[in-house]
Design a binder for this molecule. Structure first.
Ligand SMILES: Nc1ncnc2c1ncn2[C@@H]1O[C@H](COP(=O)(O)OP(=O)(O)OP(=O)(O)O)[C@@H](O)[C@H]1O
Ligand SMILES: O=P(O)(O)OC[C@H]1O[C@H](OP(=O)(O)OP(=O)(O)O)[C@H](O)[C@@H]1O
Length: 211
């Protein structure tokens, strides 16, 4: 049987997704927390798992280097690709939110500087509200931007809210709920339909057990 290739990022996503895959009967015996391996196999189910950087998951899937990807909706929104999004995995739940100092006003009459790892999604959100913005793309420690006066607000992921709290910031507006999604290469879905549908069906059963 041909292998199907699944791409995901190590860390948060893999920690949660591998638990779910395990419940679906998919097991990568070579994987362990300290492993530096970038490719692991479930030979029984003919599945190859590749570890890539989170933002690169949609690229691997769009190009067909992976048949399937597991990736946060935040990444999908920021850089939409020509892939199918077929399942909400219900893991990695968090919110995409506008945050800043308590009492910060966000109105149409002002010009806002916004720091974010998600400049496209952030711009889209403020454009729809008719608010003019300057977007500053950062790759981490986003909460620092308002603290040092680099931006008026930030757009970032909020999970427990503790990073905001510890830095004296609050959620000003919630943009949307985020969770991990399963994305599929379009050609793979046409040529490996049965395998991919079975993979999704197994995950759906695991999700019911999970919830
Ligand atoms: N508290 C959280 N902070 C960030 N992302 C979260 C959180 N909870 C869930 N997620 C989800 O997990 C995904 C992966 O986040 P993670 O921080 O592991 O990777 P990353 O920061 O994009 O990559 P890297 O660590 O390589 O820069 C996010 O895209 C998001 O969908
Ligand atoms: O609401 P919380 O539970 O505090 O989680 C939110 C924080 O987690 C993420 O950062 P991450 O840990 O990925 O670090 P980063 O700043 O390097 O992106 C995100 O960018 C927030 O800073």
């Amino acid at each position: 049987m041909d292998y199907i290739t699944v791409a995901m990022a190590k860390g948060r996503t893999a920690d949660r997704a591998l638990v779910l895959l395990e419940k679906a009967g998919i097991h990568f015996s070579e994987f362990h927390d300290e492993s530096r391996k970038l490719v692991v196999f479930d030979d029984e189910n003919s599945i190859k798992l590749i570890f890539v950087k989170a933002v690169d998951v949609p690229t691997y899937v769009e190009k067909g280097a992976a048949d399937i990807g597991i990736i946060g909706k935040d990444t999908i929104l920021e850089d939409p690709r020509d892939v199918y999004e077929l399942l909400d995995l219900g893991i990695g739940k968090c919110k995409l939110a506008v945050a800043g100092f308590p009492g910060t006003q966000i109105t149409g009459s002002q010009f806002l500087t916004v720091a974010s790892k998600y400049p496209n999604a952030a711009k889209d959100y403020f454009d729809k509200k008719g608010i003019r913005t300057e977007l500053i793309k950062l790759n981490g420690s986003i909460e620092l931007a308002p603290l040092i006066g680099m931006s008026d607000v930030i757009v970032d992921i909020v999970e427990t809210g503790s990073t905001l709290k510890e830095n004296g910031l609050v959620v000003l507006e919630t943009i949307r709920d985020i969770s991990a999604r399963l994305i599929v290469n379009k050609a793979s879905y046409a040529t490996k339909t049965a395998r991919i549908q079975q993979f999704i069906a197994d995950l759906k059963v695991a999700l019911e057990v999970h919830s």
